[in-house]
Design a protein around this ligand. Sequence first.
Ligand code: ATP
Ligand code: MG
Length: 326
Amino acid sequence: MLTASLCPTPRLSPDHPAAASSAGPTTSPTPPGGAAPASRPAASAPNGQKPLLSVTNLQTHFPIRTGLLQRTTGYVKAVDGITFHIAPGECLGLVGESGCGKTTVGRTLLRLIPATGGQVSFDGTDVYAASGRELQSLRRQMQIIFQDPAGSLNPRMRIASIIGEPLTVHSLVTEKDQLRTEVENILERCGMPRAAADRYPHEFSGGQRQRIGIARALALRPRFIVCDEPTSALDVSIQAQILNLLSDLQRDMKLSYLFISHDMAVIQHMCNRIAVMYKGKIVEEGTRDQVIGSPQHKYTQALLSAVPEPDPRRKRQRVVFEGMAT
Ligand SMILES: Nc1ncnc2c1ncn2[C@@H]1O[C@H](COP(=O)(O)OP(=O)(O)OP(=O)(O)O)[C@@H](O)[C@H]1O
Ligand SMILES: [Mg+2]
């Protein structure tokens, strides 16, 4: 179902200095920009294909403020120098346990959170240097689907406005009738009835709300979407439907995804390439077959060993990685 035009990619070995990190999201008294973590070598770019998105040595450090005067006494290094590339039509999975910095990566590269350091380039445009029309164009082309479909939809707005507003803001549609038709078409593409446009978010189930969240992200016809745990708030049967919808949309609209999840099984189903994140760093990256078939880093092995075995007669050896939540 997924586009798979990918070539074997170099992987970081477990004894790579960056993979040997023991801290993070690290807290440190070091100010960002001071003794920042060493830059990692470029992870991988699919051979022969110009990446659509390039993230280089990205860092996001949050200040820790203490005391009455709220002095900065250290930094949470939520993202600590990570590098990856995504080709057109590719789905890169970013997997790691809760709190390792996945959401912060997604939000920082979209400029929803300021970066402490590093570069992000989208189709040759420097995302952090863009302003005016260039920035507006990036905002249209780079979208996000949030984990919590309820919290990400304005409860006071009808679905028609939630999906239609970005289209008017970006002047993609000016006629009222055309706007309505466009909204209904997108809803239908996402498996919702056209009449849903007249209703409010609270009138829908969790799965339906996530379809609406996907429709909103698609309205501007983006080229790249950060899918931040889009199914983790849904029950298993609905999860499968939403994952299939995302796969179909990716294929039909030639979309690129950064697919964030803590669930290795979901990542395995959706992604051509996988980057494993641990405490602010990418500790291993490779094609799906490489990472799933022969994981190099102990943390990846531990994540894989935690995936439930469907056959109860087969017992999987559980690998425990020091510092990992069990
Ligand atoms: N605005 C913020 N201010 C301070 N610390 C933050 C902020 N946002 C995130 N953090 C910290 O950064 C770290 C990474 O958080 P993040 O939400 O990116 O993790 P995650 O991998 O997405 O986790 P989950 O799987 O639970 O969603 C956490 O330690 C978190 O507490
Ligand atoms: Mg998250």
